[in-house]
Design a protein around this ligand. Structure first.
Ligand code: FAD
Ligand code: NAD
Length: 449
């Protein structure tokens, strides 16, 4: 008789958990995965996927206006939020089904309830059922981190943004990171007046300063308001249901219909029972792991946002894959965290890989930079003043391209391909040897002198 009920018990069927479950099962392991909410996790259910669909939906506002300059006789158009919302929610439901089917087809037992750890090999489900597992993988993700000022409970987070009854006339978005900038663009295009409130004057920490400045400039020109050096004091609900947001600094209280917190996401470990296996959290509440995603307990591993390494879906997926291949597939390998490309689906979007100019200078003393600041051909004909900015950060001696930073239409699509060149360590001279593909925006990458 087997010593354990399963070889692997995964807690959380999100990006990291589903990949690890499926691959471990394909390697012959007996696998069960518990999911307390919906199979697919944050990315599929209330993150990347529905967010990107809203970004597509939002873009039509400018596309329809620009179309007139391209000869299309576009009548005045109305936007119907409930149609987009329901179509997006239905697509999410379809994908949830696909994820569940894939697990079942790979012979993974999917348990739709909450799981907690009771010891190095023990799990208890919400129903009271107890199981043992040779290995446990914690892939519980992260949850919105909200500043606790009086009245904060009147605010929503990105979790609720996909289900709103209507587009708010006025929205205050707290924070200036990924989620704040992406939803600022979305709601602005749908007609909301958007005010972004941040405790510092730095948006999108970690991105190149010139690119961040360009986003602020474009967003401000579009009509998005930024309130910097503003911490939350209190939120007061008015008789008509609207909110009055009081912040520190020289700012008047801000009236709005919806307040959305986008102030970071903390690892989700509440009540998980990690202490029963002797696991203690780090100072940021994350589960500490080694390079193989193993915790301080030999039978328990953790991947994805709960480890707070890089909170991105492709990273959680790679960590899940590496774990399953190493522990169950006899194919040990580790995730390479160098040169991970990233994007902000703001309006316009940003794409980046490698070192920023500031990071390059810190690391190497000096770097060369090359920029292309241009108005895309489409914007010129559309009469739109918005300019794109591409930037290369290059090693001063070796000529190796250390980083690429872009803001402009389709920047994430272009950046993914360009990231291969940075990862491969190509030089600026090799970029220049590549003949331009004309006319495109991407050709700027090989034309910077
Ligand atoms: C609005 C938004 C937009 C985003 N956009 C992007 C993007 O464009 N690109 C990108 O790369 N990343 C994006 N992300 C980040 C991305 O979604 C996460 O990095 C990714 O989902 C992390 O995967 P994970 O497996 O660690 O956790 P998750 O996908 O969050 O999965 C964790 C799962 O565990 C379940 N769970 C938790 N505790 C328990 C328990 N005790 N028992 C059972 N189940 C449990 C949860 O319900 C959840 O389904 C976005 C995030 C948000 C919030
Ligand atoms: N396109 C993408 O890849 C994408 C999109 C969305 C989310 N994500 C992932 O999800 C994570 C969470 O996103 P996020 O936007 O919530 O976090 P973030 O870390 O990107 O930004 C948090 C922001 O909140 C601000 N903030 C923190 N506490 C505050 C307070 N008390 N008052 C006012 N402002 C405060 C910070 O200064 C920062 O600007 C990201 O780190 C990212 O990895 C990725």
């Amino acid at each position: 008789m087997a010593q354990y009920d399963v070889d692997l018990f995964v807690i959380g069927a999100g990006s990291g958990g589903t990949r690890a479950s499926r691959i471990a099962a394909a390697h012959g392991a007996k696998v069960a995965v518990a999911e307390e909410y919906r199979v697919g996790g944050t990315c599929v259910i209330r993150g990347c996927v529905p967010k990107k669909l809203l970004v597509y939906g939002a873009h039509f506002a400018e596309d329809l206006a620009d179309a007139r300059r391209f000869g299309w006789n576009v009548p005045d158009c109305d936007f119907e939020w409930t149609t987009l919302r329901d179509n997006v929610l239905n697509e999410v439901k379809r994908l949830e089904g696909v994820y569940g089917e894939t697990l079942v087809n790979n012979k993974v037992e999917v348990i739709r309830e909450r799981a907690e750890i009771t010891g190095p090999h023990g799990i208890r489900l919400a129903s009271g059922r107890e199981l043992t597992a040779k290995y446990i993988l914690v892939a519980t993700g992260a949850t919105p981190d909200i500043p606790t000022c009086p009245g904060h409970q009147y605010g929503i987070t990105s979790n609720e943004a996909f289900d709103l009854d209507a587009v708010p006339r006025r929205i205050v978005i707290a924070g200036a990171g990924y989620i704040a900038n992406e939803f600022a663009g979305i709601f602005h295009q749908f007609g909301s007046h958007v005010t972004m409130v941040n405790r510092t004057d730095v948006i999108l920490r970690g991105y190149d300063e010139q690119i961040r400045d360009r986003l602020i400039q474009i967003a401000t020109t579009k009509g998005i308001t930024f309130k910097f050096h503003a911490a939350f004091e209190k939120v007061v609900k008015q008789e008509d249901g609207s909110l009055l947001v009081h912040v520190t600094g020289d700012h008047e209280p801000i009236a709005c219909d919806v307040l959305m917190f986008a102030t970071g996401r903390r690892p989700l470990t509440d009540g998980l029972g990690l202490e029963s296996a002797g696991i203690t959290l780090d100072e940021r509440g994350a589960i500490p792991v080694d390079e193989d995603s193993k915790t301080s307990c030999d039978s328990i591993y953790a991947v994805g946002d709960v480890t707070n390494r890089v909170q991105l879906t492709p990273v959680a997926i790679r960590e899940g894959q590496a774990f399953a291949d190493t522990v169950f597939g006899n194919k040990p390998h580790r995730v390479d965290y160098d040169c991970i490309p990233s994007a902000v689906f703001s309006h316009p979007p940003i794409g980046a890989v490698g070192l920023t100019e500031a990071q390059g200078r810190n690391k190497y003393g000096s770097v060369k930079t090359y920029t292309s600041d241009f108005r895309p051909m489409k914007n010129v004909l559309a009469g739109r003043n918005e300019r794109s900015l591409y930037k290369l950060v290059v090693h001063a001696e070796t000529d190796v391209v250390l980083g690429i930073h872009m803001i402009g239409p389709d920047a994430p699509e272009i950046l993914q391909a360009a990231a291969i060149a940075v990862k491969a360590g190509l030089t600026k001279a090799q970029f220049d040897e590549t003949v331009a593909l004309h006319p495109s925006m991407a050709e700027e990458l090989v034309l910077m002198r």
